[in-house]
Write a protein that binds this ligand. Structure first.
Ligand code: FES
Ligand code: FES
Length: 173
């Protein structure tokens, strides 16, 4: 019999509790226990990046993190970036610059690029492509993703609002 653990974490600004097996991966907690299916699982080798989320502001592949390791932390998934009333600039960038095709990689790509823009608000094309390493897109050829990220950087520089949960995520940790 497996001993279950109780964990409490903040997901997209909302406190969530779960009773889980210690072996449960964060990706599975998000998708199967919390019904946040925007975080995708595209491989079993930690290579595709479709499962990328933020934990305390750090970009991580949620298939490489145990859910118990997120106990007490702040997790941001693609669902927390924005909504129809207020798209995150990265979502607006992807919308306007056609940064996706099938969309399977898109949640992980967006979270990775939000992490990049927090560190580097004005990345060069080379820096964007470097940051995309580890997040595989099988459709776009990446050029439209690069354009979308550059557009998002411009929107943020122009003062477009970012939801408070994202701004606060990672600060003070
Ligand atoms: S599911 Fe592929 S890296 Fe996590
Ligand atoms: S848009 Fe299809 S995998 Fe990236």
């Amino acid at each position: 019999m497996t001993c279950k653990k109780n964990i409490t974490l903040s997901v997209n600004g909302v406190t969530r509790q779960a009773e889980i097996e210690p072996r449960l991966l964060l990706a599975h907690l998000l998708r199967e226990e919390l019904n946040l299916t925007g975080t995708h699982i595209g491989c079993d080798t930690s290579q595709c990046g479709a499962c990328t989320v933020m934990v305390d502001g750090d970009v991580v592949k949620s298939c490489t993190v145990l859910a118990v390791q997120a106990d007490g932390k702040e997790v941001t998934t693609v669902e927390g970036l924005g909504d129809m009333e207020q798209l995150h600039p990265i979502q607006q960038g992807f919308w306007e610059k056609h940064g996706l095709q099938c969309g399977f990689c898109t949640p992980g790509v967006m979270i990775s690029m939000v992490g990049l823009l927090k560190e580097n608000p004005n990345p060069s094309e080379e820096e964007i492509r470097d940051a995309l390493e580890g997040v595989i897109c099988r459709c776009t050829g990446y050029q439209f993703i690069v354009s979308a990220v550059q557009h998002a950087a411009q929107l943020i520089a122009e003062g477009n609002a970012v939801k408070e949960t994202i701004v606060s995520s990672g600060e003070g940790h």
